[in-house]
Design a protein around this ligand. Structure first.
Ligand code: NDP
Length: 334
C-alpha cells in the first residue's frame, strides 16, 4: 500500500521533500464488528490549498482531522468501496469524500463521504466541480454572495478549482465578471474581462479600470494586497464571501490589510466560511449543476498528474500557481 507521508511540520513554502513516498502496510480488511468503517481503493486524489494549513504544527484550521509527521496526508478523493462495515455502502460503490494519500484506506464512513450516483460525467469531477470545490463555489457565491442580475463581480485565483466555477456561476446569473490570475494563459476563461495580477504594479488602478462604478461582490481567494485594493473599490452594500487567502498561507508574518474601515463606510458584508456548512445543499447543488454540465453550459478545466509519486510535486505546485485548473492526482483511474 503505497503512501505519501508528511515528513515534518512545515514552515514557509511547502516543498516536495516535506513529504515522502513509502510502501506502507495495512490489513486490507474492515475490522471485525466495525459498523462505521469502509475500506476504499483510492482512484483520484485532490490537491487543495487547505492541506498546506494542516501542515502547521499548531494549525489554526480544525476540520475534524489533523496532520502528523509519519502519517499519510488526509484529503479529498474519489474511491471505490472494497469492503464496508457500514450497511449504507456496499462493495464496488463509488464514493467521494475524505480519504488518505495512499492506494487503499480504511476510513470512518460517518465522516465526509458521499455516494456517487451519476457516472455519465468524468469521475475525476467529484474532486472538483461535483465535489468539495464545487460546493465551495456554489455555497460561497449563491448563499453568501447573494448575487443579482447585472451586478459586478470580481473573483481572484480565477482559473483555479473554485474560481473558474464562481466566474461561470456569475455569468449564468447575468452578472458582469472580471477574474484575476497569475498568467496570460490562465486568463482565457470566458469571463467579461481578466487580468494578470503579477503584471499590475497598482492593483487599485487595475480594479478602477475594470470596475469604474465599483464591485458588488468580491469572491475572496487570495487575501493580502488584492483584498486591500478591493476594499477601496467595493460599492455600498457589497458582499465579500471570504473563501480563502492563499497568498498568506506560507507567510510567518501575514500581510497587513489597511483598508478595512471601508467595511463601515460602505456597509459591506464580509463573511468567512468553511464549505462543510453547505454540504446539506449537495442534492440541490447536483440538480442545478448536472444539467449545465451535460448541456455544455458549464466547462471545467482539470490538471491531472498520473501516479501517487507525482503527488507531492502536484500539491506544492498550487503555491507557485503552476496548476492550470483543478489539480488532481490519478492513482488508479477506472
Ligand atoms: P486553485 O486551484 O485556485 O490553486 C491555487 C491558486 O492560487 C494557484 O493556481 C495560484 O494561481 C493562486 N495563488 C497561489 N499563490 C498565490 C499568491 N501568493 N497570490 C495570489 N494567488 C496565488 O485552488 P482552489 O480553487 O482549490 O482554492 C482557491 C481558494 O479557495 C484557496 O484560498 C483555498 O484555500 C480556498 N478554499 C476554501 C474553502 C473553504 O471551505 N473556505 C474550500 C476550498 C478552497 P495564480 O497563477 O493565479 O497565482
Amino acid at each position: 500500500n503505497k503512501q505519501v507521508l508528511l515528513k515534518n511540520y512545515v514552515t514557509g513554502f511547502p516543498k516536495e521533500s516535506d513529504m515522502e513516498i513509502v510502501e506502507g502496510s495495512i490489513t486490507l480488511k474492515v475490522p471485525e464488528g466495525s459498523s462505521d468503517v469502509v475500506l476504499l481503493k483510492n482512484l483520484y486524489l485532490s490537491c487543495d490549498p487547505y492541506m498546506r494549513i494542516l501542515m502547521y504544527k499548531d494549525t489554526p484550521l480544525s476540520l475534524g482531522f489533523q496532520y502528523s509527521p509519519g502519517s499519510p496526508l488526509t484529503a479529498f478523493g474519489v474511491s471505490k468501496v472494497v469492503e464496508s462495515g457500514d450497511p449504507k455502502y456496499k462493495k464496488d460503490d463509488l464514493v467521494w469524500g475524505v480519504t488518505k494519500w495512499e492506494e487503499y484506506s480504511l476510513v470512518p464512513s460517518a465522516k465526509i463521504l458521499f455516494k456517487i450516483d451519476h457516472t455519465d460525467v468524468p469521475l475525476s469531477y467529484y474532486t472538483g466541480i461535483l465535489g468539495m470545490p464545487g460546493m465551495t463555489a456554489y455555497g460561497g457565491f449563491f448563499e453568501l454572495g447573494c448575487p443579482k442580475k447585472g451586478e459586478k463581480v470580481f473573483v481572484s485565483a480565477a482559473s483555479g478549482a473554485v474560481g473558474q466555477l464562481v466566474g461561470q456561476f456569475a455569468k449564468l446569473t447575468g452578472c458582469y465578471v472580471v477574474g484575476s490570475a497569475g498568467s496570460q494563459e490562465k486568463n482565457k476563461l470566458g469571463f467579461d474581462e481578466a487580468f494578470n495580477y503579477k503584471e499590475e504594479s497598482n492593483l487599485d488602478a487595475a480594479l478602477k479600470r475594470y470596475f469604474p462604478e465599483g464591485i458588488d461582490i468580491y469572491f475572496e481567494n487570495v487575501g493580502g494586497k488584492t483584498l486591500d485594493a478591493v476594499l477601496l473599490n467595493m460599492r455600498s452594500h457589497g458582499r465579500i464571501p471570504v473563501c480563502g487567502m492563499i497568498s498568506q498561507y506560507n507567510l510567518s508574518q501575514p500581510e497587513g490589510v489597511t483598508n478595512l474601515a471601508n467595511l463601515i463606510y460602505k456597509e459591506i458584508k464580509m463573511q468567512g466560511f468553511i464549505v462543510s456548512q453547505f454540504y446539506p445543499l449537495y442534492p440541490k447543488f447536483l440538480e442545478f449543476i448536472l444539467p449545465h454540465i451535460r448541456e455544455g453550459k458549464i466547462a471545467y478545466v482539470e490538471d491531472i498528474v498520473e501516479g501517487l509519486e507525482g503527488g507531492p510535486a502536484a500539491l506544492v505546485s498550487l503555491f507557485s500557481g503552476q496548476n492550470l485548473g483543478k489539480k488532481i492526482v490519478a492513482i488508479a483511474p477506472e
